[in-house]
Design a protein around this ligand. Structure first.
Ligand code: FRU
Length: 487
């Protein structure tokens, strides 16, 4: 039997209360990333700047550290750095969303917050039903559900979800992730004048369009925006095979850049580029704020099989969101910069100038720890290999001969050592954000990013530098990072 909304929410709050002490004892709890109070978190949802504050919602299963009937958790921030819990925004309590209030987005209209999400239903015969739903809030906290506004059109399967809504030239647009009946992934477009009545306009991009073929059986979580004159479509295709260094995670997350013709609903675009090279990055979502910046946050996870062996499960929680990153279109590429506000968290600055790293390897005084920001500016790289060993198990390498960058994640729970790579012509600059169980490495000012969860021995925090077969000259700055997470 369906539970009443209040009962369902109360059960979730009780679970937070009952497990609080267990969760808090986990040394892998993060210090400055958004994470669930308990249970499983996945996609960021409804990221929006509303009445002077940033609102972030997230896919949340409060009852298990597995996927299930998702709620929308909610946190609010004045500065993208300090986030306050705002309780449950949406619970799966209606016939049209009883198996999950799936991913979606938010927009501001006439001082109100409108959220669009996918109602996921498994019917009596075990089949999936899908509805694109609207909920409205006058205070940014309490939402009134208005029910479905879009049903799956003919030609598509119920894998039809993740509405992202935006305004352009006085009209509302929605992009959706879709699967055609012949099982190819697409992004489709709807338009509306009143946010309640929506018209199907056609396919914007997908397998079989604009020179793309065999490009996945389903596309999830689209986001479409203009940045420095380019139209960027972020999307997450499922079903791509690994090709060398590319597409090594189970599902991919990347973008197409080009020009959208909104009249004809067509998109001339270049190749699909991955947004991140690490193990844990998926389903990102962007928004703009009062300053006009385009800010992206992703799920610091993926649908990997290793979920079940992540050590935080024993402490009743799993997954987190990435740091917010400002996007820039530069030299034909989307680059990512950790938002400037993160500098508020810096403390205990350490500087070492003109350090020469050699074959012998070295550690630097007070450059160590588990939770820190590290900045390395390389002025000379005269070695075939340069490596940074981070703690006991993780490392970052640059092979200057092959021109390849590698992040290596140490063994946890029987998985073995794993690596991810990307090509890089030259290494000049590294900014690394390490949290108690995560690492985000921004290479050459965000030209490449490696995002991963890491589960190292919490008592070790040594950082060592080695330049095999030569030497490297660098300036190093390191800061401890203040703990700002609430639970
Ligand atoms: C992406 C995704 C979305 C869906 C949500 C469900 O990770 O599968 O397509 O809306 O997660 O939690």
């Amino acid at each position: 039997m369906r539970q009443s909304s209040n009962e369902l929410k109360q059960r979730a709050y009780n679970r937070i209360h009952d497990l609080k002490a267990i969760v808090a004892r986990d040394s892998y709890r993060l210090h400055y990333h958004i994470m669930p109070p308990v249970g499983l978190l996945n996609d960021p949802n409804g990221f929006v700047f509303y009445k002077g504050q940033y609102h972030m919602f997230y896919q949340w299963n409060p009852f298990q550290t597995e996927h299930g009937s998702k709620f929308w958790g909610h946190v609010i921030s004045d500065d993208l750095v300090h986030w306050q819990d705002a309780g449950i925004a949406l619970a799966p309590d209606q016939n049209y969303d009883k198996n999950g209030c799936y991913s979606g987005s938010a927009i501001v209209f006439q001082e109100k917050l409108y959220v669009f999400y996918t109602g996921n239903v498994k019917n009596e015969r075990g089949n999936r039903e899908t509805y694109q739903c609207l909920a409205i809030s006058e205070d940014g906290i309490h939402f009134e559900k208005k029910g479905p506004v879009i049903h799956v059109p003919s030609g598509y399967t119920p894998h039809f979800r993740d509405p992202k809504v935006f305004e352009k030239d006085g009209q509302w647009y929605m992009v959706l992730g879709a699967q055609t009946e012949d099982e190819t992934g697409e992004v489709v477009v709807y338009t509306s004048l009143d946010l309640e009545n929506w018209r199907f306009q056609g396919t914007l991009a997908g397998s079989g369009h604009h020179g793309l073929s065999d490009f996945g059986y389903m596309w999830e979580c689209p986001d479409l925006f203009k940045l420095d004159g380019k139209d960027i479509l972020i999307v997450c295709p499922q079903g791509l095979e690994a090709q060398g260094f590319a597409f090594n995670n189970i599902f991919q997350s990347g973008y197409f850049a080009g020009n959208v013709d909104y009249e004809k609903v067509s998109f001339h675009h270049g190749a699909f580029e991955e947004l991140d090279r690490g193990f844990d990055f998926y389903a990102p979502q962007t928004t703009t704020d009062a300053s006009g910046r385009r800010i992206l946050v992703g799920w610091m996870g993926n649908a990997q099989e290793n979920d079940s062996v992540q050590p935080t499960i024993k402490k009743e929680w799993i997954h987190a969101l990435t740091l917010p990153r400002e996007l820039e279109w530069k030299n034909g590429k989307l680059v990512q910069h950790p938002v400037a506000e993160l500098q508020i968290l810096r403390q205990d600055e350490i500087r070492h100038a003109d350090v020469i790293v050699t074959n012998k390897g070295m550690a630097l005084p007070r450059v160590n720890g588990q939770v820190f920001e590290l900045e390395i500016a390389i002025s000379k790289l005269e070695a075939p290999n340069f490596s940074i060993m981070i703690g006991e198990k993780n490392s970052f390498h640059y092979d200057a001969v092959a021109q390849v960058c590698t992040f290596q994640r140490g063994e946890f729970s029987g998985i073995g050592v794993e690596s991810r790579h990307c090509e890089l012509e030259s290494l000049q600059y590294i900014r690394m954000f390490k949290d108690s169980s995560s690492i985000e490495i921004f290479v050459n000012n965000g030209e490449e990013v490696f995002t991963s969860r890491v589960f190292d021995n919490p008592d070790t925090g040594e950082i060592r530098f080695i330049a095999k077969g030569g030497h490297v000259k660098m300036d190093v700055r390191k800061w401890n990072i203040k703990r700002v997470t609430e639970y």
